[in-house]
Write a protein that binds this ligand. Structure first.
Ligand SMILES: [Fe+2]
Length: 387
């Protein structure tokens, strides 16, 4: 794992983080300090039914301009454009997203269309924006995606049935309010999947080709926090201490993989989500151990660090033995929190793996994977092992 003299990196984490029970009540002041006067809440129907959007709307007080509530899992180009038009009609000058990764990513896209005009599809690609976008405050209602601090927005093109990544420093949210009371009522399945997504982000940051020491610190602490708190969050959701620690783990892992980039786990999870509607965190949970085994020849030393962060006693083990112990611990965690272990259990058809492998080879994340993937057959082999 040693770094050499050729180590060179950038670290960027501009999002202000506000943490604490009932911290959402302070959102008005945070909006004011960004110069916002008419805040549009971006959310989905489930969040409204859970009463969470209302908490934010009330806290916004006189700044509240309306709510766009049409977000869906995996979002969509058409929804981003529709939401931006709605925001324009309401005269909104700042966005407050209240939801999970899909809601946050929808708002990131809306922030661009509101500022630049046109349609989201005009801004495809990596780093195409040249100036700050519409201010955006995030109130996450899941603990997993890390989208509150990243420069990615994953939006589904429903016509082509693929997920597209928008990558730009100007879509990183300005502020994230992490309030444990906003995640306390999440049911187990909406706790477990996103929780494993956050663990995947931390592991991908640790094994990424763009790994670096600042990120190692964040990612290894995120791993510790997930291992210690995620099972408790699933078993006893109203434990606000565990909920808060898991929220922090997700955000730290978000900063980590936002800087060092995701790898093969995400390159393989994206197609499984787009083609077969497997929730992102569940896809990651299934694929993560298999990708680690694939990567083991290149980064067993990194996985030994991981094992130590998990609290495993690996002092007398070789790097590879320790790495395999880390893989086993991840499998055990996923089983303990009730997640499936195989792609076949989540209705991925075996004959669909070839198409998934095709998309995976074209996913931007694959280039950061520590083991070079040069042939589709290699991806297919990992998919088959996970099937
Ligand atoms: Fe993810």
């Amino acid at each position: 794992m040693q770094y050499n003299r050729d180590l060179a990196f950038e670290y960027n984490s501009p999002t202000k983080i506000i943490f604490g029970e009932n911290s959402v009540k302070e959102i008005g002041l945070e909006v004011d300090s960004l110069g916002g006067s008419k805040a549009l809440v971006v959310t989905d129907r489930g969040i409204i039914e859970a009463g969470l959007a209302e908490k934010v709307e009330k806290a916004l007080g006189r700044r509240y301009a309306g709510t766009y509530d049409q977000c869906i899992p995996d979002s969509g180009f058409h929804l981003v454009d529709e939401g931006a038009t709605f925001a324009h009609e309401k005269g909104a000058d700042i966005l407050v997203s209240v939801g999970g990764g899909s809601v946050i990513d929808t708002a990131k896209g809306m922030a661009v269309v509101m500022k630049e005009g046109g349609k989201l599809s005009d801004y495809r690609g990596v780093q195409v924006l040249s100036r700050p976008q519409t201010p955006h405050v995030v109130v996450p209602t899941t603990a997993g995606s890390g989208s509150e601090v990243t420069w990615f927005a994953v939006i589904k093109d429903w016509e082509r049935n693929i997920k597209e990544a928008f990558v730009d420093v100007h879509i990183i949210p300005d502020k994230a309010i992490l309030d444990p009371t906003m995640v306390a009522d999440l049911p187990p399945h909406l706790t477990a999947g996103p929780g494993m997504d956050s663990l995947s982000h931390a592991v991908e940051a640790i094994h990424s080709l763009q790994r670096q020491p600042i990120i190692d610190g964040l990612a290894l602490q995120a791993v510790r926090l997930v291992m210690e708190n995620l099972p408790r969050c699933v078993e006893k959701g109203d434990d606000l201490v565990s909920r808060g620690q898991q929220q922090l783990a997700a955000t730290m892992a978000g900063i980590a993989f936002g800087n060092s980039q995701p790898g093969l786990v995400h390159a393989m999870a994206h197609p499984v989500g787009a083609l077969f509607k497997v929730p992102h965190g569940v896809a990651n949970a299934i694929l993560l151990p298999h990708v680690m085994l694939f990567n083991m020849p290149e980064c067993a030393d990194r996985y030994k660090l991981l094992a130590r962060a998990m609290g495993l006693d690996v002092r007398l083990l070789s790097n590879e033995e320790a790495g395999r112990a880390a893989v086993e611990a991840i499998r055990n965690l996923a089983a303990k929190i009730g997640l499936p272990q195989k792609l076949r259990e989540v209705d991925v058809p075996e004959e669909g793996l070839v198409e998934a492998a095709d998309y995976s080879m074209a996913d931007g994340s694959i280039v950061y994977n520590p083991r070079l993937v040069s042939d589709k057959e290699e991806v297919l082999e990992v998919y088959r092992a996970a099937w």
